[in-house]
Ligand binder design. Structure first.
Ligand code: PMP
Length: 361
């Protein structure tokens, strides 16, 4: 195996090494079929058991009741910005959105493109999306309340969610799903592109509550209806088989190697705390998210002068630390420390940051 680096990419992102090794091992002969998972029919027993196994693990990890359906879709989380309002909008009831950054802004834009009555009920836009608004009205007349649980670009995260209100919560959990346990009860719909905590790019996880399926308008195009996938166990058409297979291995790793979401959360806490404690204890680097809204997945920070970023990134790359450039829309630096990023990687990053500060501070 060639040299593996410490990977802080925001997504597609690091995968657990054991998962990659398993993929390598099974690539020529998946479970004695004499074929790889890339070559077998999505209608085969072997593939159906991959899908069913992944769904069961998701149910167990989150403690989902029978009233939730777990679906694998395509089109990325971005397609959900359209599908959610298209399927779950109710005539005469506004759609409430909390705007906490780029992805929420895109979700709002897509709902408006559909001609929906969108209300932005809380936003942190006036302070460059550096925090999660604390006052979020739970309006009973809304068809749903849309939030983005973790804001990948600005490095902010909801530390807890609103409890069950009159309107179901719809959440984009692309960048923190399976990083912690949460009570699913208030959520009518959860969606997440897989390429951060769950697996490779190409598949989108959708968790939808039974009562939400009743809202799906019959006249929607087949491929845009949640019911098409819930009624066919995500196998209405050819699904992204390989991506789902890798997700199933990542889920197995979370459940069996890590030991579940509570354990996953405490590992993630330890990593994030280490990095934030370092940031707070010095004055060369400056964290950009308000401390009470900090993300445990994406740690965003600035150097004293933007001109130093190139040198910081080049040195990091030489030290085997990659993916630390901030999103092109905001600049700065960002360490994405998703589930598969190890404590060792975070320690190596801090060591490098200390050395760089000593040299340039
Ligand atoms: N939502 C969030 C929170 C994201 O981080 C991203 C991608 N980085 C998206 C949505 C868009 O996802 P996709 O590229 O799968 O459409």
């Amino acid at each position: 195996m060639g040299q593996r680096v410490f990977n802080f990419n925001p997504g597609p992102a690091a995968l657990p090494l054991v998962v990659l090794e398993r993929v390598k091992m099974e690539i020529f002969d998946f479970q004695g079929s004499g074929m790889s998972i890339l070559e077998i029919s999505h209608r085969s027993k072997a593939f159906e058991s991959v899908v069913d196994g992944a769904i069961q693990r998701i149910r167990r990890l989150l403690g989902l009741g029978k009233n939730y359906h777990v679906l694998f879709l395509q089109g990325g989380a971005s397609t959900q910005f359209t599908m959610a309002p298209m399927n779950l909008g109710v005539v005469g009831r506004p759609l409430d959105y909390v705007n906490t950054g780029t992805w929420a802004t895109r979700a709002i834009k897509e709902a408006r493109l559909l001609g929906k009555d969108v209300r932005v009920v809380a936003t942190s836009e006036d302070r460059e999306f550096t925090f999660i608004p604390e006052e979020v009205p739970l309006n009973s007349d809304a068809a749903y309340l849309h939030i983005t649980s973790n804001n990948t670009i600005r490095g902010t995260q909801w530390s807890s969610f609103p409890g069950p209100g009159a309107a179901p919560i719809v959440s984009d959990m692309s960048s923190d799903i399976f990083s912690r346990w949460f009570d699913p009860a208030p959520f009518g719909l959860i969606y997440a592109g897989a390429q951060k905590n769950l697996g490779p790019a190409g598949v989108t996880l959708v968790i939808i509550r039974e009562d939400m399926l009743e809202r799906v308008p019959k006249e929607l195009p087949t491929m845009f209806k949640y019911t098409t996938f819930s009624e066919n166990n995500s196998l209405y058409n050819t699904p992204p088989c390989f991506a789902i297979y890798v997700c199933s291995l990542v889920l197995e790793w979370i459940e069996e190697t890590v030991g579940g979401l509570d354990q996953m959360e405490s590992i993630n806490d330890e990593k994030a705390q280490l990095l934030y404690t370092f940031l707070d204890g010095q004055d060369f680097y400056r964290g950009t998210a308000r401390p009470d809204s900090r993300s445990r997945m994406n740690v965003t920070f600035l150097l004293p002068k933007a001109e130093l970023e190139k040198e910081f990134l080049a040195g990091a790359s030489e030290a085997g630390l990659v993916g630390l450039k901030g999103h092109r829309s905001v600049g700065g630096l960002r360490a994405s420390i998703y589930n598969a990023v190890t404590l060792e990687a975070v320690k190596a990053l801090i060591d490098y940051m200390k050395g760089f500060a000593a040299k340039r501070g």
